[in-house]
Design a protein around this ligand. Structure first.
Ligand code: SAH
Length: 226
């Protein structure tokens, strides 16, 4: 036993304090992080840890992302309520829900059926009407719905996926963790404009790998060239 010492779990309010201290300054992002119950997206066994700033297991060797990462990525996407977003890797549906609270519509793709089914139940319970789901390989994007104003990939690719870049609208922003070695992975922000592609390294990060066939993760042609 622990000698009678009571270990208390962090509260949602404490988590918001952690996000703020970590440099998240977009008030709309902090607001949705406060309003959305992370506990709803976590399996029973880990629910008491819902407001820790930690990635937690959601089954099938996948994890719900760390709150500071969700906040940082959401902020970096610069959303507004006219924007259509493509998300690859629904997972628990937590990040999807944050996006849905800040944009017009989210199209989200997940390859694990049991995870997608659970996420869909949560979207229904939360009465979201602007989330469209699809089971399958998201590295091919969602051609029928392209172009997208924003694309968020929540699994690590070997390079910026060219297929997804093609589905990004002019003026659009894509976020993608790049690098399969977990110790050497960087979050990349790609901005597409009429004059070309600009990439920016937002720093080290840690995601599970994007699983797809070789052809589907082919890097964007010409990327990184002047
Ligand atoms: N953002 C999620 C966490 C995502 S974990 C959350 O907040 O819970 C990454 C997810 O990407 C996993 O659920 C994994 O199954 C999924 N994934 C990996 N490769 C994929 C692919 N090619 N297409 C669709 N989903 C994929």
């Amino acid at each position: 036993m622990n000698g009678g010492i009571k270990i208390t779990s962090p509260t949602p309010e404490q988590l918001i304090g952690v996000l703020y201290a970590d440099g998240i300054s977009d008030i709309r992002v902090l607001d949705v992080m406060q309003r959305l119950s992370r506990a709803m997206f976590i399996p029973d066994a880990f629910r008491h840890r819902a407001y820790e700033n930690a990635a937690l297991p959601i089954g099938h060797h996948q994890t719900i992302s760390q709150p500071t990462v969700v906040a940082r990525m959401t902020e970096a996407l610069r959303l507004d309520d006219r924007i259509k977003v493509l998300e690859i890797g629904t997972g628990s549906g937590y990040q999807t829900s944050e996006l849905a609270m800040l944009c017009r519509r989210v199209y989200t793709v997940e390859r694990h059926k049991p995870l997608l089914t659970l996420a869909e139940e949560r979207f229904k319970a939360l009465a979201f009407t602007n989330i469209v789901t699809r089971l399958g390989d998201g590295s091919m994007g969602w051609r029928e719905q392209a172009p997208f104003g924003r694309i968020m990939v929540t699994a690590a690719a070997i390079d910026v996926p060219g297929v997804l870049l093609d589905q990004l609208d002019e003026g659009g922003i894509m976020l993608v963790p790049v690098g399969l070695d977990e110790r050497n992975q960087h979050l990349i922000r790609v901005v597409k404009s009429a004059s070309g592609i600009e990439t920016e390294d937002l720093g080290p990060t840690r995601f599970v790998p994007l699983i797809s066939s070789e052809e589907e993760v082919a890097p964007a042609r010409g990327l990184g060239q002047p």
